[in-house]
Design a protein. Structure first.
Length: 119
């Protein structure tokens, strides 16, 4: 496993440990396909979104994009303290600006799958 992937995995597991204690209330994974010629632009927008969310949204517990093993396929795991925090996220200026750059990259829409903690 390359170092950067290991570091991301380490951060992810640390985040889930913290999130379990917070009792994740609103968590989902969204999967999407990207046009082959838009992959680099999409990755750039993902990195911008992760940074903006980390800097401006204290009620976001996790916001991390992943490349799936299928060609041109990606996913994002998002976790917010409440559903209202997710709604507020979608109303932020940084979300609107970055999503406008992200949407033309998508080959179709995206699909959300909600995740509920076992305990």
């Amino acid at each position: 496993m390359p170092y950067s992937n290991y570091l991301d995995w380490y951060k992810l597991t640390k985040m889930f440990n913290v999130s379990r204690r917070v009792k994740m209330a609103h968590t989902f994974i969204a999967r999407m396909k990207v046009f082959p010629d838009k992959v680099e632009q999409f990755i750039d927008t993902c990195e911008r979104m992760e940074k903006a969310v980390a800097e401006h949204e204290p009620n976001c517990l996790m916001y991390k994009f992943f490349r799936l093993r299928e060609d041109n396929a990606f996913a994002v795991i998002e976790s917010f303290k409440t559903e209202a925090d997710d709604q507020a996220h979608q109303e932020t200026e940084h979300f609107k600006e970055i999503a406008a750059d992200m949407i033309p990259c998508l080959d179709g829409g995206y699909e959300r799958e909600y995740l509920d903690p076992l305990t």
